[in-house]
Design a protein around this ligand. Sequence first.
Ligand SMILES: N[C@@H](CCC(=O)N[C@@H](CS(=O)(=O)O)C(=O)NCC(=O)O)C(=O)O
Length: 214
Amino acid sequence: MVVKVYGPLYAAPKRVLVCLVEKEVDFETVPIDLLKGENKHPDFLKLQPFGTVPLIQDGDYTLYESRAIMRYYAEKYKSQGTDLLGKTIEERGLVEQWLEVEAHNFQPPIYNLVVHILFAPVLGFPSDPKILQESEEKLGKVLDIYEEQLSKSKYLAGDFFSLADISHLPFTHFLVANMGKEYMIKDRKHVSAWWDDISNRPSWKRVLQFGDPF
Ligand SMILES: N[C@@H](CCC(=O)N[C@@H](CS(=O)(=O)O)C(=O)NCC(=O)O)C(=O)O
C-alpha cells in the first residue's frame, strides 16, 4: 500500500516527504489548499481534528504531526535507506533531543517570522514590527547555540545525518530563499556549512519540486 501524504505544498508535510525519500518508501501526495480552507472540511477534520497538514494514510493506518510521522517511518523502515535515528541508544537520545529543540526553540520564532513576513501579505493582515524584531532576536540566540554545536559535529545529533536535521529543512528554506534573511544562516560559519550540506541532499531537492505557497 502506497503512503498518502496530504499537503505537499506546505512546510511541515515536507519534513515527512524528505524522510520517506531518504527511507526509499514510495508515496503519493494529496493536495490540500489551505487558502481555500480545505483543511477545515468535515471530511478532513474527521481524519485530522486539528485541521493541519500533514496527515498520512498508510492503508487503514492514519497519522498526523510531522515529527511523529517521521519517527514512525524512520523506525518502521530502519533496515532500508538512510539511517536517520543513529546507531546506538545514546545517538537516538541526541536525535530526539535536537528534534525537541527544533520543535520548541527553533520553530516558534521562525514560524512568527514566516507568518509576519510571508503569510501577512497573502492573508492581508499587517506585519507586527515588534514580533518581527523579537522573533529575529530569539532565533539568532538559538542559531548561536547551533553554531557552537555544529563547530563540534557535522550534524546536530552528531557526525550522522538524522531526523533532527530533516526537521529544520522546510522553514530554514523559507528563511534563506523567501524571507531575505539568509544572513542569519550565512553569517554563522558552521551553521552555513551545515545548511549547505543538508539543503543539497537529493531528497530535499526532490521535495522542493512540490513547490511552496509563496
Ligand atoms: N505541529 C504540526 C504543525 C502543522 C501545521 O501547523 N501545518 C500548517 C501548514 S505549515 O506550517 O506546514 O506550512 C497548517 O496546516 N496550517 C493550517 C492551519 O493552521 O489552519 C506538524 O508538525 O505537523
